[in-house]
Design a protein around this ligand. Structure first.
Ligand code: PSU
Ligand code: MN
Length: 305
């Protein structure tokens, strides 16, 4: 059934069949998260890092109404350049397919397609979460519900403080999603390694994490995990600088009445604008760092069968 809508590229299909390590990658970060051409350059470097660490990359998107697991370099270039790619989360999938459109998959939609293909490890930059002011706006990313239900580990650099990190952690706790710190006790805040909040568990190796993931899914405890991998110290931003930019971005979003699926891309673009190129540089480096860990984790998971 699903196969009728899904194209897994031959290299990824062969790796999965042989039980080899595969790492899923999202495409909203390419189309809505970074400007061209840095987005395409970053997406290609991420794939190379994953290969250099012994795994096969599978960048995921919707192209002309087909679900694609594993993109060619030309397809990545196309996604990065096109202005007609629609940000696609769980609710959007059937309509983007039915209309034959191009869609960039969010963390939620990427998890869905990864799980359909049999991929258990997914590396990205940051996840969606409970927005600041969600008490009145009800703005909670569909990424969190996907983490509650879909069996994929998402490696990220924590959550940006455009979100309410405390409420995001409470929400994940309610839905039984483990938040694991990689070599840290503290939840990182994307551009900085510290948020003031603790993770649930700390692991110090990919092997240890793979073991816990295997046990979770062997027990039938469905759902994902958040693997929080702090930005390397040399690429961290000054927390006052970034927080000022975030406050300003939130104010402007409110003033312009930005809502729904436009909120996160609007805030990301504003923060970038307000911090000049600095935040983009940090963003790229933390994604590379997550790609490395993603490959190591996929290799360890593959060893466990
Ligand atoms: N956070 C980031 N960078 C991103 C996103 C979030 O730091 O690129 C993207 C991801 O694709 C994520 C999506 O899944 O935004 C969340 O959007 P929303 O809040 O509308 O669910
Ligand atoms: Mn939202």
């Amino acid at each position: 059934m699903v196969q009728g809508y899904l194209d897994i590229n031959p290299e990824v299909a062969a790796a999965l069949k042989a039980g080899k390590a595969v790492v899923a990658l999202e495409s909203t970060i390419i189309s809505h998260g970074m400007p061209y051409p840095r987005n395409v350059e970053t997406a290609r470097n991420v794939e190379k890092i994953i290969r250099d660490h012994g795994a096969v990359p599978a960048t995921i998107a919707i192209l002309k109404g087909r679900m694609k697991v594993g993109l060619s370099p030309d397809e990545i270039e196309y996604l990065g350049k096109s202005h007609d790619v629609i940000k696609c989360s769980r609710r959007d999938l059937p309509f983007i397919l039915a209309k034959g459109l191009d869609g960039a998959t969010t963390v939620a939609a990427t998890m869905i397609l990864a799980a359909m293909a049999g991929i258990r490890v997914f590396a990205t930059g940051g996840i969606g979460g409970v927005h600041r002011g969600a008490q009145t706006s009800f703005d909670i990313s569909a990424d969190l519900q996907e983490l509650a239900h879909t069996n994929v580990a998402v490696i990220c650099a924590g959550a940006k403080s455009i979100l309410d990190i405390g409420l995001t952690l409470e929400y994940l706790e309610t839905f039984g999603v483990p938040v694991v710190g990689f070599k840290t006790n503290e939840m990182p805040a994307f551009y900085t390694s510290k948020s003031g909040f603790s993770v649930n568990y700390r692991v110090d190796s990919a092997a240890e994490l793979a073991q816990a993931m295997k046990i979770k899914w062997d027990l039938g405890l469905n759902g994902g995990l958040v693997v929080a991998n702090p930005i390397p110290a040399q690429y961290e931003m000054d927390s006052a600088t970034i927080n000022t930019a975030i406050e300003e971005a939130l104010k402007q979003a409110e003033a312009e009445g930005v809502k729904g699926k436009d909120t996160t891309p609007y805030l990301l673009a504003k923060v970038k604008e307000l911090t000049g190129g600095d935040s983009l540089e940090s963003n790229i480096q933390l994604v590379y760092n997550n790609a490395r860990l993603g490959a190591e984790l996929a290799v360890e998971l593959a060893k466990l069968g």
